[in-house]
Design a protein around this ligand. Sequence first.
Ligand code: ZN
Length: 255
Amino acid sequence: MIITDTHTHLYSEAFDDDRAEMIKRALDEKVSRFFIPAIDSTYTESMFQLEKDFPEHVFLMMGLHPTHVKENYKEELNHVESMLGNRKFYAVGEIGIDLYWDKSTLEIQQEAFKHQIKLAKKYQLPIVIHCRDAFDEIFEVLEEEKGSDLFGIFHCFTGTLEQAHKALSYNMKLGIGGVVTFKNGKIDQFLSQIDLKHIVLETDAPYLAPVPFRGKRNESAYIIHVLEKLSNIYGVSLKEIASITTQNSQDIFGL
Ligand SMILES: [Zn+2]
C-alpha cells in the first residue's frame, strides 16, 4: 500500500524538534509520497534541505501563498518565476485567494493568482489552489483561465456539492483532509456523490488535524484517519482508497 499526502508543510517550524521521527511515523503507516506546497521565499532553503534529507519521498512545489501576498509581492513573484526556470518542481502552489485573513489585498491576490496560473501553463504544471472565503473570486479567475492546459488540485476542499462539481469542471481534483472527519465539516454529507477518481488525500500538516487529533499539531501519519473516513463514506477498503488516490496524484503531478 502506498499513501500519498498531496499537501504537507513538512518544513514548518512546528516540526523543528522532531522532523525525522515525525516523517518516520508516516513512513511506518505507508505514507511515502509527500508533496510540499510553498508559502513564500523565506521557506525555500528549508524546502531544499527537506528534499535533500528525503529525496525519494519529498516532491516540491513552488509558489506564493495568498496570505503572503503583501507589499513585496512583485519581488516574491520574481522569486517564484526564477525558481521555476531553474529546476524541476511538481506544481505551482499553493496559490489562490484568501479573504478570511485580509480582504484589503484582494486586488493584488487576484493579480498574483493569475500571474502564477500563467507560469504553471508555461511549465505545463498543475496548480494547487488555496481558497478561503473566496469561492466566487477563485471561480471567476478559473473561468478566465480555463482550458486543457489548466489542471490541478482544489486543496482542502470545503465547499458545497455544487461548488465541487464546478471545481471538477475546471479539471481540478478535490484535496480531502482532516475536515472530512469533523462533525460540522459538511463535506462528508455529499462526498459519496463525487467519484473517487476526482479525490486526492492531504493533511495540510501542521494544520487541520483530523479527529481524534483535532486542534492539535497535524502530521502526515494522521492521514490514515482521513483514509478510514473515506473508506466508510465510499464503502471500499483502505487499500483501494490508497491505490485510487495515489494513482490520481500520479496523474496530476506526473510522478
Ligand atoms: Zn497549505
